[in-house]
Write a protein that binds this ligand. Structure first.
Ligand SMILES: NC(=O)c1ccc[n+]([C@@H]2O[C@H](COP(=O)([O-])OP(=O)(O)OC[C@H]3O[C@@H](n4cnc5c(N)ncnc54)[C@H](OP(=O)(O)O)[C@@H]3O)[C@@H](O)[C@H]2O)c1
Length: 293
């Protein structure tokens, strides 16, 4: 019997990208993708019985409450989805000898760093979304010592709501756009992260030992302004992009100023290569242009 990989968040950016590539691994694994209808993470008390039915060997938890600003108000939904249900998945995996890999965020850091955050760097989330994801990480640590957290940042895809698709739309509608230039990070093409997660599971399946936390993003360090200008240039658009400070674009949830992560552990432990952000952005834009999305 092939090991079963459960992927939560089938319709999210990362879940969708995983679904695009799993046919290539059909000889090695059986995949089960869930939507909210089959596994609703706002109902933590129902998580373990849903997992009893699915019987996964690995869980790639890609579902999350990701509305960063709304989470400041909808704290209970964020907490249940990003923390309590993750704790239930962790407890189920521990009880059944299975493996949870749950995706987390650069927003667990306070944003005051000046060099890429290592996995040991102290966490101190700035906003409620970050807090809920941080609590999810703690519950994994408590309930499932061999559980794995993979933190990522600035995720985009050809699918779903993200900065790249929003910029492309606005740049076609407007002559001029203001974009914050004092928040620094590393973008992540969800298709690359999807591939990396499969490689991680393949490594585990082959008996490789994992650390409790990994970081994954594309390589390179930029501001949102740099990202926006690259999106414009690669898409052949002409909209003027103006750099602004975060203070000129207030949001309900605070954003970290610096959120670059050191991803070297995934490279050294699992041989996962990090693609430069420019290359992956080019691939995404090319795909979007081909499909006229
Ligand atoms: N997006 C980013 O920039 C970013 C940055 C850092 C880390 N991350 C992390 O990366 C992971 C993947 O993010 P993403 O960008 O793929 O997120 P996304 O596109 O917002 O997708 C989130 C998925 O979670 C599902 N979901 C939300 N609430 C749920 C619930 N109560 N029960 C079941 N499913 C629920 C959504 O279902 P519906 O389609 O039904 O709403 C959707 O499929 C998440 O852990 C996120 O926290 C994302």
């Amino acid at each position: 019997m092939l090991p079963v990989i459960l992927v939560t968040g089938k319709n999210g950016q990362l879940g969708w990208e995983l679904e695009q590539i799993v046919h290539a691994y059909a000889q090695q694994f059986r995949f089960h993708f869930t939507t909210r209808a089959e596994l609703d993470l706002t109902q933590p008390d129902q998580v373990q019985s849903a997992l009893d039915t699915i019987q996964p060997d690995y869980i790639l938890n890609c579902a999350a409450y990701t509305a960063v600003d709304k989470a400041e108000q909808e704290q209970e939904a964020a907490l249940k989805t990003n923390a309590h249900s993750v704790g239930e998945m962790a407890a189920w995996c521990e009880r059944n000898g299975k493996q949870l890999i749950s995706i987390s965020t650069d927003y667990v850091f306070d944003g005051k760093g000046t060099a890429p955050y290592t996995v040991q760097h102290p966490t101190d989330p700035l906003n409620y979304y970050g807090y809920s994801k941080w609590l999810g990480e703690q519950l994994i640590k408590e309930n499932h010592p061999k559980g794995i957290v993979v933190r990522t940042s600035w995720v985009y895809s050809t699918h779903g709501n993200n900065f790249v698709r929003t910029m492309l739309r606005l740049m076609k509608e407007r002559n001029e756009l203001n974009v914050v230039a004092d928040q620094i990070g590393s973008p992540t093409y969800a298709a690359d992260l999807a591939q990396a997660l499969i490689q991680l599971v393949q490594g585990l399946q082959a008996g490789k030992k994992a650390q409790p936390v990994y970081h994954y993003s594309n390589s390179g360090v930029i501001s949102w302004f740099d990202f926006a200008t690259a999106i414009r240039d690669m898409a052949g658009l002409t909209c003027q992009v103006n750099p602004i400070p975060s203070s000129a674009y207030p949001t309900p949830a605070k954003r970290p100023g610096y959120s670059v992560m050191d991803c070297s552990d995934l490279v050294s432990d699992f041989g996962i290569q990090l693609k430069p952000w420019q290359k992956s952005l080019g691939t995404c834009i090319q795909q979007l242009q081909q499909t006229h999305v």
